[in-house]
Ligand binder design. Structure first.
Ligand code: HXC
Length: 265
């Protein structure tokens, strides 16, 4: 049927908000190498648009899953070297998302497991419906997380809870994930989720694009580094703000008691 010829990733646009749709619902949107390459390409193309894109939503098609993990079938026969290559591809997608100069919101409605949770954690924040479930079930397959789960899950929820989740492979619901700090915001259904995510991007878009991009750069690069390194990165980003027209406009507007008109430069 037509399902087989559909590209596994598509980008929809609604003004300044782009939505990246992972569209492999029959496999619960599992991340095959093709899907991962298409995701990286989608973000590269959106990044080339500069400040025309003020935020990206990542969603899974089909209503049952955000992403149920790396594609288990394409992992089955890999050599150790090919396994490393596959993990590196996932890390490359995470790096492209983290380098993207505007916020990326993982909109989770359903399963976010294994590589699916890792993809969500590479985004700036996770919004989720109550129908969602999160976990790193790799050890149940004789694997370990390979797209950043051992790196980003402890940063999100703390080492103790991360170890419990990774060693047991158990799934947690959206309320538990929200209480743990993994999920930033929780919604009753998909419609409310997407509206909430768009509202956040619209709110961010009121601010200086340059400043948001600088804040993201510092937050991403400083994450997990020692205090002194993180502080240096913040100082460098703060200094970079002084190179922008937006900073001069924002400060002048405050002093002149008027609304700023940011140019994104
Ligand atoms: C390939 C998958 C898949 C996956 C689901 N499917 N997850 N295919 N890779 N990760 C496919 C199923 O084979 C099935 O195809 C269809 O999607 C529907 O799934 P069902 O299992 O029939 O649905 P259900 O019984 O409702 O169970 C849902 C589920 C289960 C609990 C999410 O599918 C599941 O446990 N999936 C695997 C989750 C997982 O282990 N993820 C981690 C992967 S390892 P057919 O053709 O039979 O209809 C990983 C490592 C990352 O992510 C690092 C790599 C380097």
């Amino acid at each position: 049927g037509t399902d087989e010829v559909r590209p596994p990733v598509r980008v929809e646009r609604d003004g300044v908000v782009a939505t990246v749709v992972i569209d492999r619902p029959k496999a619960l949107n599992a991340l095959s190498p093709d899907v991962l390459r298409a995701l990286a390409a989608a973000f590269d193309e959106l990044a080339a648009e500069g400040d025309a894109v003020r935020g990206v939503l990542v969603v899974g098609e089909g209503g049952r899953a955000f992403v149920a993990g790396a594609d288990i079938r394409s992992l089955a026969t890999l050599t150790p070297e090919e396994g490393a290559e596959s993990a590196r591809l996932g890390h490359r997608v995470a790096a492209v998302i983290e380098a993207f100069p505007a916020p990326v919101i993982a909109c989770v409605d359903g399963f976010a497991l294994g590589g699916g949770l890792e993809l969500a954690m590479a985004c700036d924040m996770i919004y989720a419906t109550d129908a969602s479930a999160f976990g790193q079930p790799e050890v149940r397959l004789g694997l370990i997380p390979g797209f950043g789960g051992t790196v980003r899950l402890p940063r999100a929820v703390g080492l103790s809870f991360a170890k419990e989740l990774i060693y047991t492979g158990r799934r947690i619901d959206a309320a538990t994930a929200e209480a743990a700090g993994l999920v930033a915001r929780r919604f009753p259904d998909r419609e409310a989720l997407l509206a909430g995510a768009r509202a956040t991007i619209d709110e961010v878009a009121q601010n200086a694009w340059t400043a948001v991009a600088l804040a993201k750069r510092v937050l991403v690069e400083a994450s997990g580094t020692p205090t002194a390194t993180a502080s240096d990165l913040e100082v460098a980003g703060f200094a970079d703000a002084f190179r922008t027209d937006d900073m001069r406009e924002g400060v002048a507007a405050f002093i002149e008691k008027r609304e700023p008109r940011f140019s994104g430069r």
